[in-house]
Each structure stands twice: as structure tokens, then as C-alpha cells.
Design a protein around this ligand. Structure first.
Ligand code: HEM
Length: 514
């Protein structure tokens, strides 16, 4: 594998983010009412209801840190994970399966993806696969230019590459189309209106069938044929649990989803930010070219064949910072916790909020990531924000933290870097809107709504969102005529579809000030 740098002859235009241009609805006073504003309005802790379930949101940094590090071992993640098992994998016995997943599979994932030997094994194969898939794209392009939908394009490449790396050649690689439908429509599957999700349920059924067949065919002599050792270990643990075949497939699909969903979304945002910010793009390219020239004589193949530590932050501090800054602005807040026993969490000035057994807590990372005191220009993508090697640098919770910190974070960061390095070396890329025009202005995340960004001054575009959540709920509203004055935020929109929406059409809040 050898490719000289500066061989960019093919132009790829990403047709904006895939048709997801949404109108943000405003409150009557003209404000946008995202989750960060909720903390301003309701204080460091407040409660809301989703389909009759009460969830307490915590916005205080010390309280969130204590919950994440959970020294008292008072919280579990089972409720959120059971929901994911039911929704993504249609798992029936979610109580047994959630224990298997947390207690048996996550430690295997942590070792397989987090250890130096695991990383060395996976990254060398993954680099090869990403390079060869993108070379195929380059060959297909010939000397032409093409428009490609950004998220789908990156998603397909990442899905195919990781399937080859992790699951081997027997994995149904063509299942990406169904995977994308399920991933993008995750929140439709939670909806109490089953007819809205019919096409998603059908895609999930096809996906489960394909994955079930894969496990049956590939599982031979206590290992998965052609798969990475970590995957054989995972399937071995699943087999030992003696689940039904459908729950086996459902649990495995959850693993596939965990490996891919966040990475695809993060890759899309990373590309979208760098492609709409010429200065940031040029600086990141300069860093890449510098390392390629000084350490690998301009040979991309040699860089990709080197030990994974070459791509560490000592060589690529700016690309590393770009990824963190992307996650700071784009991360969706899903770190739901359930109290295992009675516990009080402090949330500033000695105040405490009480949780009884089974009560749910949602740390609102958005208030930390968008805190204007901690972050200068909190709503702006600053490629070098995390450049400082200083431990006291800006807070970063993009991979969660503490007991349940992301077990795939090293692999995910490595993969994002490799994806960007290869694409920006092979292709001339630009972001275009649906009409094929290059949009003016930088992409500016809406500081008050997770997963929504708008193009800066001088642009005709109201807002751009990469999150399926927003798009699909927006579609629902259009399709079924349900209206809600609530802005585009996950729970506001969800609540808008349900009966328990408050009289102002927004979330049903109680305990305004904690
Ligand atoms: C850019 C991509 C990714 C992002 C942004 C991300 C983010 C996160 C976050 C925020 C959490 C914490 C959730 C919580 O607090 O409850 C988490 C947990 C987790 N992630 Fe990731 N993740 C990514 C990629 C991956 C990959 C590639 C893998 C698998 C190899 C993975 C495996 C896991 C696992 C197993 C957990 C659960 C840990 C536990 O509960 O102990 N993640 N991830």
C-alpha cells in the first residue's frame, strides 16, 4: 500500500448533510429553547416526564462528576441499555441480556479495543480496509466529480471497513442500508405510534435475520470464522448464555450498533465542520502533510502501516483537538443512570437532590460543554480549542467518564483520524447544498439544541442538522400533522408526540428549581 501525498485529482462534493435542512421553531419570545436554556431557566436540577416516566436532569459539574465516577456504586446504566436492547435488537429477555451485556461483554470490549495489543491488531487491519475501500471509491470516480450524501457515504465506508475488520468475510456487508434505516430512525422505534415506524421495523427484521444467519454459519469450533479474536470471545460469551436465536441476534446487533452509530455521526460532524471552515481545514492538512513529509517521505501507505501510536496526539495534536471539539459540540446526551439504592447527589452550595431505588438521572453534559464561563465563544467550532497539553484544559466529556467511560474511545478516535487523513489526501472535498452550491459561512452549532447547527451569517440556510432524531421527528410532524411549538431538541419533540405534553406544548416540568 503506497500512495504519495498531494495526489488529489478527483473532486467529491458532499451534498450537504443528507437533505437534513430543518426549520428551527422559536418560542414566542423569539428564543430557541434547547436543553442548555432549560438549565438557565430551571436551575441545576429539574425533572421531566417522557411517556409517564420521570427523569431528573442534573446540570451541575460536581454532581455529574460524582455520578460518573460513582464511588458509592449507587447507579447502574441498565435502564438505558435495556431500552437500546429492546429498540435496536428487539430483544425479548432484556433483563437477563442486559446483565450479560454489561457484566460479561463490556469487559471483553474494554480489553479487545482498549489494550495496546488489541489496538495494534485491530488498527492495522482497519487501516488497510479503510484504505482499500476508499481506493475503490477513487477508482470508481475516475476523472469525474461526484456528489455524495455525507453521512451515508462515511457511514457505508465505516460500516464496511469495520465489518471486514471485526466480523470477517461471512458478515452480510450489504446490510448497511437496513442498518442505516434503523440507526437513523432509532427514536421512531421508541414512539408509541407503531405505524410511524413500520418501515423501520421491517428493516430491523431483515437485519436481525441476516445477522442471525451470520452467527449460525460463522460460529464453528468455538470461534467465529474470519472474525477478530475479540468478536469470537464476545460470541462465545453469548453462546454460553443459551439465549434464544432471536435474542442472540438482537444482542449482537446492539454490539454492531454500539461500534458504528456514534462513530458515523461523529465522522459526519467532523467533516462538516472542517469542510465549512477553510482555515481549520488548511491547518489540519498542514499538520498531516508535515508528518507525512517529515516521517514518511510523503508516503501515506507507510503512515497507515506504522504502529497505531504514530497517530497519537503527540504527532496529530490539531486533528485530535478537532475531534474533541466536534464531540464537544455534537455529542448526544444519553448517559442515563438508575439509582440502585437511596442516594443523595450534591449539586452545588451543599444542596442535594435525593434519588430513591429505581429513580432515573440524566447528566446534562450540554450545560458543561456549552458553559460560556468555561469556554470562550462556546458556540463556535474552534479547531485548536483542545490543543493545550495542560491537564487543566477545557473539560471534555465526549466519551463520557468514570465507571462507564466509552470502552471503544481509543479505537474510535484512531478510526476518525485515519478516515479524515485518507479522504483529505485522496480527494478534493467540498460541502454543497441541495442545489449544488457551496454554502457560505461556517457551520455554527446551535448552542441551545443538541445536534443542530446553522450556517453562519450570509447564508440562506436556516439550520443544518445531522441527527436522525431531529429529522425523523420533524418528518413525523409533517406527515401526521402533529404540531408542537417546542423547539428541536430530543425530548421536546418526543414529548410533542405524546399525550403527556404540558399545556404550553412543551415538556412537562415539575420541581422547577430542583
Ligand atoms: C466517536 C465514537 C464514539 C462516541 C462519541 C462514543 C461515546 C460514548 C459515550 C458518551 C459513552 C458513555 C455512555 C454513558 O455514560 O452511559 C460510551 C459508552 C460505551 N462505548 Fe462508546 N462511543 C464511540 C464509539 C465506540 C466504539 C467504536 C465502541 C466499541 C468498540 C464503543 C463502545 C462503548 C461501550 C461498550 C460503552 C459502554 C461502557 C459502559 O457502560 O461501561 N464506543 N460511548
Amino acid at each position: 500500500m503506497s500512495l504519495p501525498v498531494h495526489r488529489k485529482t478527483k473532486r467529491v462534493s458532499f451534498a450537504d448533510v443528507p437533505g437534513i435542512v430543518v426549520q428551527i421553531k422559536q418560542d414566542e419570545d423569539g428564543s430557541f429553547n434547547g436543553d442548555h436554556l432549560y438549565s438557565e431557566r430551571y436551575g441545576p436540577t429539574y425533572r421531566f416526564f417522557v411517556r409517564g416516566t420521570s427523569i431528573t436532569v442534573l446540570c451541575n459539574d460536581e454532581g455529574i462528576k460524582d455520578t460518573f465516577y460513582d464511588k458509592a456504586r449507587a447507579f447502574s446504566t441498565y435502564t438505558g441499555h435495556r431500552l437500546a436492547l429492546r429498540v435496536v435488537g428487539a430483544v425479548k429477555d432484556d433483563v437477563e441480556v442486559v446483565h450479560l451485556m454489561n457484566d460479561r461483554l463490556f469487559p471483553i470490549v474494554a480489553r479487545g479495543f482498549g489494550s495496546t495489543s488489541g489496538m495494534a491488531y485491530l488498527t492495522s487491519i482497519s487501516n488497510d480496509n479503510l484504505f482499500s475501500l476508499l481506493s475503490d471509491v477513487e477508482d470508481d470516480l475516475g476523472s469525474s466529480s461526484q456528489d455524495k450524501p455525507l453521512t451515508s457515504f462515511l457511514g457505508r465506508v465505516l460500516y464496511k471497513a469495520s465489518s471486514k475488520t471485526l466480523f470477517g468475510d461471512l458478515f452480510p456487508i450489504d446490510s448497511y442500508t437496513d442498518f442505516e434505516i434503523v440507526d437513523e430512525n432509532f427514536f421512531l422505534l421508541i414512539s408509541p405510534l407503531p405505524f410511524v415506524a413500520r418501515h423501520v421495523v421491517q428493516a430491523r427484521t431483515r437485519l436481525l435475520k441476516a445477522i442471525g444467519t451470520y452467527i449460525q454459519v460463522a460460529w464453528k469450533d468455538s470461534h467465529v470464522e474470519g472474525a477478530a479474536p475479540v468478536v469470537s470471545e464476545i460470541v462465545s460469551a453469548i453462546k454460553a448464555a443459551d439465549l434464544t436465536l432471536t435474542d442472540e441476534a438482537g444482542l449482537f446487533l446492539n454490539f454492531v450498533w454500539g461500534v458504528r452509530s456514534n462513530s458515523v455521526r461523529s465522522a459526519s460532524w467532523l467533516f462538516a465542520h472542517l469542510l465549512t471552515n477553510q482555515d481549520a481545514f488548511a491547518r489540519v492538512r498542514e499538520e498531516i502533510d508535515g508528518i507525512l513529509d517529515s516521517q514518511f517521505s510523503g508516503d501515506l501507505g507507510a503512515l497507515l502501516n506504522s504502529h497505531h501510536s504514530t497517530l497519537g496526539s503527540h504527532n496529530f495534536p490539531l486533528l485530535d483537538s478537532a475531534i474533541k471539539e466536534t464531540l464537544r459540540l455534537a455529542v448526544l446526551y444519553g448517559s442515563l443512570r438508575e439509582a440502585r439504592r437511596d442516594i443523595e447527589v450534591e449539586y452545588g452550595n451543599g444542596k442535594k437532590v435525593h434519588f430513591g431505588v429505581g429513580d432515573l438521572l440524566l447528566p446534562n453534559l450540554g450545560t458543561l460543554h456549552h458553559d460560556s464561563e468555561a469556554f470562550e465563544d462556546a458556540g463556535t467550532f474552534r479547531v485548536d480549542r483542545y490543543l493545550s497539553a495542560d491537564k487543566e484544559g477545557p473539560v471534555f466529556w465526549g466519551f463520557g467518564g468514570g465507571t462507564h467511560v466509552c470502552k471503544g474511545r481509543m479505537f474510535a478516535t484512531h478510526e476518525l483520524k485515519v478516515l479524515f487523513i485518507i479522504c483529505s489526501t485522496m480527494f478534493d472535498m467540498q460541502l454543497v447544498d441541495e442545489a449544488g452550491h457551496v454554502p457560505q459561512g461556517e457551520l455554527q452549532p446551535d448552542t441551545r439544541s443538541a445536534g443542530v447547527s446553522r450556517l453562519g451569517a450570509g447564508s440562506d440556510h436556516d439550520a443544518v442538522s445531522l441527527t436522525a432524531i431531529v429529522r425523523n421527528l420533524d418528518e413525523c410532524h409533517q406527515q401526521y400533522g402533529t404540531t408542537s411549538p417546542s423547539p428541536i431538541i430530543t425530548f421536546g419533540k418526543l414529548a410533542g408526540l405524546h399525550k403527556n405534553v404540558a399545556s404550553d406544548g412543551n415538556l412537562a416540568f415539575v420541581d422547577g428549581k430542583g
